[in-house]
Design a protein around this ligand. Structure first.
Ligand code: BES
Ligand code: MN
Ligand code: ZN
Length: 487
């Protein structure tokens, strides 16, 4: 990973990056006042002289090189940081990482009040230079180090550490999600969690195997996992710091590949279904991040893991499933598998863990993207405060979600002649109805539960801001920030 250092005082870099921002209507971009007179002073006059002709807008992510042959720095880069909020800096950092792919070392000056800028810029540099280790092995960028010039490095050390942990955990979630399903099966995923949690005696991991799932009645996980030669698992990862007053349970959908099962998906819909465990990856990574940052909140993560395959042992449309805790569901479409595994894990959380708050993340429906496009998750909660807190955390971390209705009258669609619930009604409002199905398993936590359908933003088809093509790690940043607000 790119090494980021905080430095102060007088430095003479080869490549110096100076932030600029919009100068107002019809005016050229202007330099952002920085904390480093030592470096900036001898070039400031030069920059101010060239800006009027440079046609820079200062919009976040704009990068312009100015060469100074024979002088130091040899290369002056002007970096647009827009209005200068955290996400602008994140976008700028990612653009800078891309622009600097042929550099080995860059130096960037930060403003006096550097907290927000540092958080965004450091995350942007790290997230923008992320490459998946298998597919991009030969095209790794050479950029090895970024020195950030600030007035007081010590005062900002914690902010840099938080940015680094956030980016590292996001990269972990991206790695897990990008991994091909030939490698990635339920046991493999559980092993990855064990490896990531090893060396931390304060993190407790329990992995249930099919025998234990059967003994305890996890009928949804077993049904969905039954068609695969590689059996299902339930990961339970617990971060329990001394003195924690709030207990959060996070649940993440962990379908390591979704063929649709007997209700098999057509080719275009199936091709990316290795990403169908992005929810599990995000909640695991957020929990590891909470531990790494020592957040004073108890977090238990549940990741129901299964491969939804087509075979003689696969569950069938019309089967009735008995979920953990006893509720039954009739499934007429084996492609609505995510809600079946989540139902078990949520019912277990409500009955056995009895947390204060329950949040689930799932690549649950294609309807998420139909309703909101490719970049917003759908957020559901009956609790206005919880919804507002989550939205605020998600937004300030640079992710996006939009609140959707748990419309009670649509819950009629969940009626079944065979079972307590119909799991895959097809009357429309697919993301809403899936959320309403999950709500049936929240018991006493009904108004302390939130659901995030993040099928759409879990993947990016192109380079966009701090996102690279492929898995985005959506949810890690927002969850970590939200967990950081709980005490
Ligand atoms: N994993 C899919 C949802 C999905 C679709 C995620 C596209 C990411 C991108 C999920 O298991 C699924 O197949 N959902 C069905 C539900 C339907 C059968 C009720 C869907 O959305 O079509
Ligand atoms: Mn499916
Ligand atoms: Zn799925």
């Amino acid at each position: 990973m790119l090494a980021i250092r905080l430095v102060s005082g007088s430095v003479r870099p080869d490549t110096l990056v100076l932030p600029v921002r919009p100068g107002g209507p019809d005016s050229p971009a202007v330099p952002v006042p920085t904390a480093t007179p030592s470096v900036a002073d001898d070039v400031r006059a030069e920059v101010e002289a060239l800006l009027p002709a440079a046609r820079l807008t200062g919009v976040a992510g704009e990068v312009r090189e100015h060469l100074r042959p024979g002088a130091t720095p040899q290369r002056l880069w002007l970096l647009g940081v827009g209005a200068g909020d955290e996400q602008d800096w994140r976008v700028a950092g990612a653009a800078l990482a891309r622009a600097a792919k042929d550099e080995t070392q860059i130096t960037i000056t930060l403003p006096d009040d550097a907290g927000t800028a540092l958080r965004g810029l450091a995350e942007g540099l790290l997230l923008g230079s992320y490459r998946f280790r298998l597919t991009d092995a030969g095209t790794r960028p050479s950029l090895a180090g970024a020195d950030l010039l600030v007035a007081d490095p010590e005062a900002l050390a914690d902010t840099l550490a938080a940015a680094r942990t956030t980016a590292e955990m996001t990269a972990l979630a991206r790695d897990l999600t990008n991994t091909p399903s030939s490698t990635k099966h339920p046991e493999w995923f559980a092993d990855q969690v064990a490896a990531a949690a090893s060396g931390r005696p304060d993190l407790h991991l329990r992995v249930r195997e099919p025998r234990e799932l059967a003994a305890e009645g996890f009928g949804g996980i077993l049904a969905v996992g039954g068609g695969s030669a590689r059996g299902p698992r339930l990961v339970e990862l617990d971060w329990r710091p001394a003195g924690a007053r709030t207990h959060v349970v996070l649940v993440g959908k962990g379908i390591t590949f979704d063929t649709g099962g007997i209700s098999i998906k057509p080719v275009p819909a199936m091709k990316l279904m290795r990403k169908d465990m992005a929810g599990a990856a995000a909640v695991v990574a957020a929990t590891l991040g909470a531990a790494a940052l020592g957040l004073p909140v108890r977090v238990t993560t549940l990741a129901p893991l299964a491969e939804n395959m087509v075979s003689g042992s696969a569950f069938r449309p019309g089967d009735v499933i008995r979920h953990y805790g006893g509720l039954t569901s009739e499934s007429t479409n084996s492609d609505a598998e995510g809600r079946l595994v989540l139902a078990d894990a949520m019912a277990y959380a409500v009955r056995e863990l009895k947390p204060d708050l329950l949040v689930d993340l799932a690549t649950l429906t294609g309807a998420n993207a139909v309703a909101l496009g490719k970049r917003h998750a759908a957020l559901y909660s009956e609790n206005d405060d919880l919804a507002a807190d989550l939205l605020a955390a998600i937004t300030s971390a640079g992710e996006r979600a939009w609140r959707m209705p748990l419309a009670d009258d649509y819950a009629e669609y969940l009626a079944s002649d065979l079972a307590d619930l119909h799991s895959s009604p097809a009357q429309g409002a697919g993301s809403v109805v899936a959320a309403l199905f999950l709500r049936e398993f929240t018991g006493e936590l009904r108004d302390r539960w939130a659901h995030l359908d993040m099928s759409a933003p879990s993947w990016s088809d192109d380079v966009h801001g701090e996102l690279v093509k492929g898995a985005t790690g959506w949810g890690v940043r927002g969850l970590l920030r939200w967990l950081g607000t709980l005490g």
